[in-house]
Design a binder for this molecule. Structure first.
Ligand code: NAD
Length: 498
């Protein structure tokens, strides 16, 4: 069997919490095992934080917010943010390896994600400088009113395992750049790179308490963060059902929420499309990141005139995708993150058969039988009523359907509870815009794979999310707008009781 060639192979230290500038064990001394997706063997132990660790982390973050961090000059604060980006870049190869080792994502793909993660910090340092400003309202000759945008306080960040480092930095960068302090609760299945970001931030020398990481289970550490009265902001990325649970738990404390949730995104391919490019995009869009991708095009709608040929080509791609060791730069699909998730995806393949699909899968080489491998799979003859079309499978699996005309495909594309992303392929420019605008989703791409400029809004509609991350949209969440009304001339004041 191929062996990992990674710094992670030298025995990895067990993982601590990072609270108030120190790496510490959980107050309960509890730990949980972190397993390799490639072998299902233990990688290391992770400190399992609970409410008492969350209390300590929040107290440290609150103190830093009102203390040293809150009093820094803007240049100094952004200097730290840029420094984090520099350090990530410096250690990017090592972080990419840890990420692949921990999640099973192919190294060629994690390398790109880590590069992007470093950019998140530089980008938000620049954005805060150039775009975080208030407005002034001159009201006749009586008032000047102006708004300021202030950091809110302690931001609670709760993240998933599917692109952990990228998604964590995506939240940490705007939270810190706008002047908040942070308590991060990373996903329990992918703690390695979350620990590495704590080390990086420690090395960058941020004041104690500005950034804290509490590993642990969602129901304990995560829920305690959500309920904590001193955490006004909860930015969550994860499953829709978890998001809904979190909103219920935070309701009494009237938290502000940013919710990036699940998806079941359509790719619509018309008969006039550039079919070679559409095939590349469709294949990459669902099988990259092992299919564990929130914006994956997990439903393809093919115009009936091109469907047979397109399906034949999809089958060839599925047969040829290189399934393998995530540390091998040639691997295109690696093992799923955890045995439980593997069982869940496999369960959907069984369900697809029961529901009447022809399930067409590629091959997983025999040598990888210990890992959580699911071969790239097509669910042929799928239809809208099937659970495999309605529910997020979150693996390398695509439901394949056909359509006759534009109205029909718009209706089908919208006939799910999710609304995260959508993709339209056609050479008819009017139709491209029209169909994109008719699909109820937060993000649409026309004749394009999922390429995103950091300035653009990211987020979903319907059950895929609330609010937008990215660009200056993140400021809506991470800052509080305050309006100051100043009288510049004596104005009328009613004289009650005079
Ligand atoms: P998940 O909802 O199971 O877990 C996400 C995080 O929430 C984890 O850190 C978990 O410990 C924590 N958590 C669980 N229960 C909690 C509770 N009661 N209170 C507080 N925290 C709790 O999601 P996952 O399986 O880690 O990630 C996969 C999901 O994430 C998919 O549905 C995917 O579509 C979604 N996702 C969405 C986006 C997006 O931007 N919309 C991006 C990536 C992933």
């Amino acid at each position: 069997m191929t062996q990992y060639q990674t710094p992670a192979q030298q025995k990895l230290d067990d993982i601590s919490l990072y609270i108030n500038g120190e790496f510490v064990e959980a107050s309960s001394k509890e730990t949980f095992e972190n397993l390799s997706p490639f072998t299902n063997e233990k990688i290391n132990l992770v400190a399992s934080g609970d409410a008492s660790d969350i209390d300590q982390a929040v107290a440290a973050a609150k103190k830093a917010f009102h203390g040293e961090w809150g009093q820094l000059k803007l240049e100094e604060r952004l200097g730290y943010v840029n420094k984090i980006g520099d350090l990530i870049e410096e250690h990017s190869e090592e972080i990419a390896m840890l990420e692949s080792y921990d999640t099973g994502l192919p190294i060629s793909q994690t390398r790109k994600m880590i590069a992007r993660s470093a950019k998140n910090f530089r980008f938000y340092a620049d954005m805060v400088k150039s775009h975080l400003y208030g407005e002034a309202y001159q009201v006749d000759d009586e008032f000047i009113n102006y708004s300021v945008r202030k950091p809110v306080g302690v931001a609670g960040l709760i993240t998933p395992w599917n692109a952990p480092f990228m998604l964590e930095t995506w939240k940490i960068a705007p939270a810190l750049a706008t002047g908040n302090t942070v308590v991060l609760k990373p996903a329990e299945w992918s703690p390695l790179s979350a620990n590495r970001i704590a080390e990086v931030i420690d090395q960058a020398g941020l004041p104690d308490g500005v950034f804290n990481v509490v590993h642990g289970y969602g129901e304990t550490a995560g829920a305690a963060l959500v309920r904590h009265p001193d955490v006004p902001l909860i930015s969550f990325t994860g499953e829709t059902t978890t998001g809904s649970e979190i909103m219920k738990n935070g309701a009494d404390a009237l938290k502000q929420f940013s919710m990036e949730l699940g998806g079941k995104s359509p790719i619509v391919i018309f008969d006039d499309a550039d079919l070679d490019r559409a095939l590349d995009a469709c294949t990459w869009g669902v099988f990259s990141f092992n299919g564990e991708r929130c914006t994956a095009n997990s439903r393809v709608y093919l115009h009936e005139d091109i469907a047979d040929d397109f399906i034949e080509k999809l089958k060839q791609r599925v047969d040829n995708i290189r399934v393998g060791d995530p540390m091998d730069p040639n691997t295109q699909v690696g093992p799923l993150v955890h045995r439980d998730h593997y069982e869940s995806v496999k369960g959907y393949l069984d369900l697809a058969k029961e529901e009447g699909c022809e399930v067409y899968s590629g091959k997983v080489p025999e040598e990888y039988s210990r890992g959580n491998y699911v071969a790239p799979t097509l669910l042929l003859n799928a239809n809208q009523n099937m659970r495999v079309v309605q529910e997020e499978i979150f693996g390398p699996v695509i439901a394949v359907m056909t359509f006759k005309d534009e109205d029909e495909v718009i209706e089908k594309a919208n006939d799910v509870r999710y609304g995260l992303a959508g993709y339209v392929w056609t050479k008819d420019i009017q139709r491209g815009h029209r169909v994109a605008q008719a699909i109820d989703a937060g993000m649409l791409w026309v004749n394009s794979q999922n390429v995103r400029d950091l300035r653009t809004p990211f987020g979903g509609s319907k059950h895929s999310g609330i609010g937008r991350e990215g660009g200056f949209y993140a400021f809506e969440f991470y800052t509080e707008t305050q309006i100051i009304h100043v009288s510049i001339k004596d104005h009328h004041i009613p004289q009650f009781g005079k």
